[in-house]
Design a protein around this ligand. Structure first.
Ligand code: NAD
Ligand code: MG
Length: 346
């Protein structure tokens, strides 16, 4: 297994779709990533068969787009490259179903490293095991490709039985639009651990808890929930948009000096570095993975409870009410703009 951290980045000129245009790709799953990969590969001239259960509601959607659909086993049997795009928690079971269809020299490909890195899937030694993972939700992977633009992606090689794993992975990345925007070479370990850490500490866990803590602090001190919602949740998007566009400096330059001084002197006070290190340690040691696997085996008792508490949090009720007002406001703005356009045409 390759296990060093690297930062090689590949673009269109480094990749050649002809490495896979005589091959068949079985795309297992037709959700967020599955539909985007299948359609982009198809439009890039690659033979695609979508693998879905007989009972799957997605079958009609894939067929309507002109794609061939078969069961996961039939699709894998025909394919040279099997792309696992069913939910991560379902992948070990689907792998057991299709394992016998993996011939020597075939490729088993992933878009996330969890099941390989934590040993939930153990592929045969004579197949290539790779990862081509867009760093974005599937609908953007599809939309960007259709516009002639790309989506940044990751490439990792875990097992190279044929000696061609990298050329094939790059060809796949190009065929779905990922080398247009740049595809970073990484490892299953790095992708899995940074992905889990990021979503827990910063993106999904960190940011929702930050927002809730800010909201609750204001409401508990007697301020109105509506004010707290605007301040702690709604305005977050404006700030993140600035950071996304031009980094922290663009954001600091766009807010008032008072906001900048207050933020620079006080932000660190709400960050718990030890907690972050603890999260990373649990990811690295596999403690989190074992907990999540056991939680799934027990049919998700804690997950359901936590989700229910989240649904019933006051910020959800206040937010739903206020967002309805925005919709009405947005409609009114659009109408006004239209009338102004008509006036301008006169
Ligand atoms: P998803 O939940 O959107 O779609 C899963 C698909 O699998 C659905 O079409 C569902 O019908 C199908 N499916 C479910 N159980 C099945 C079974 N037993 N047999 C066959 N098909 C079954 O999943 P997703 O978000 O596209 O994730 C797919 C992979 O891509 C995961 O490994 C995920 O980590 C990775 N990934 C996702 C994103 C993202 O933004 N969504 C980004 C990068 C990587
Ligand atoms: Mg095969």
């Amino acid at each position: 297994m390759t296990d060093e951290f690297t930062t090689e980045i590949y673009y269109d000129e480094d990749a050649d779709v002809s490495h896979i245009d005589d091959k068949t790709v079985a795309v297992l799953g037709y959700g967020s990533q599955g539909h985007a990969h299948a359609l982009n590969l198809h439009d890039s001239g690659v033979d695609v068969v979508v693998g879905l259960r007989e009972s799957s509601a997605s079958r009609a959607a894939a067929e309507d787009e002109g794609l061939e659909v078969a069961t996961p086993v039939e699709a894998a049997a025909r394919a040279d490259i099997v792309k696992m795009l069913v939910p991560d928690t379902v992948q070990p079971a689907v792998f057991e179903e299709i394992r016998d269809e993996l011939d020597a020299g075939d490729t088993l490909q992933f878009a996330h490293g969890f099941n390989i890195h934590y040993g939930q899937i153990e592929p045969p030694e004579d197949v290539d095991v790779t990862m081509v993972a867009p760093k974005s939700p599937g609908h953007l992977v599809r939309r960007n490709y259709e516009k002639g633009e790309g989506t940044p992606g990751l490439l990792a090689i875990c097992q190279d039985a044929t000696g061609d794993a990298k050329e094939e992975g790059l060809a796949y990345a190009k065929a779905i639009g990922c080398t247009r925007a740049g595809t970073i070479q990484t490892t299953f370990r790095e992708e899995t651990e940074t992905d889990l850490f990021g979503e827990q500490a910063v993106l999904c866990g960190g940011v929702t808890d930050l927002v809730k803590a800010g909201f609750e602090t204001l409401v508990d001190a007697g301020y109105s929930p509506e004010m707290a919602y605007f301040e702690c949740l709604n305005e977050l998007k404006l700030i993140v948009d600035l950071m996304y566009e031009g980094g922290h400096m663009e954001m600091w330059n766009s807010v008032s000096d008072t906001a900048e001084y207050g933020g620079l002197t006080r932000g660190e006070d709400v960050i718990n570095r030890e907690g972050m290190e603890q999260i990373l340690e649990e990811v690295q040691e596999g403690t989190f993975a074992r907990e999540w696997i056991a939680e799934n085996q027990a049919h998700r008792p804690s997950y359901k409870q936590l989700r229910e508490a989240e649904e019933n949090h006051q910020i959800e009720e206040v937010g739903a009410r206020l967002r309805e007002l925005f919709d009405w406001q947005a409609e009114e703005d659009a109408e006004e703009a239209e009338q102004e356009e008509v006036r301008a045409d006169d």
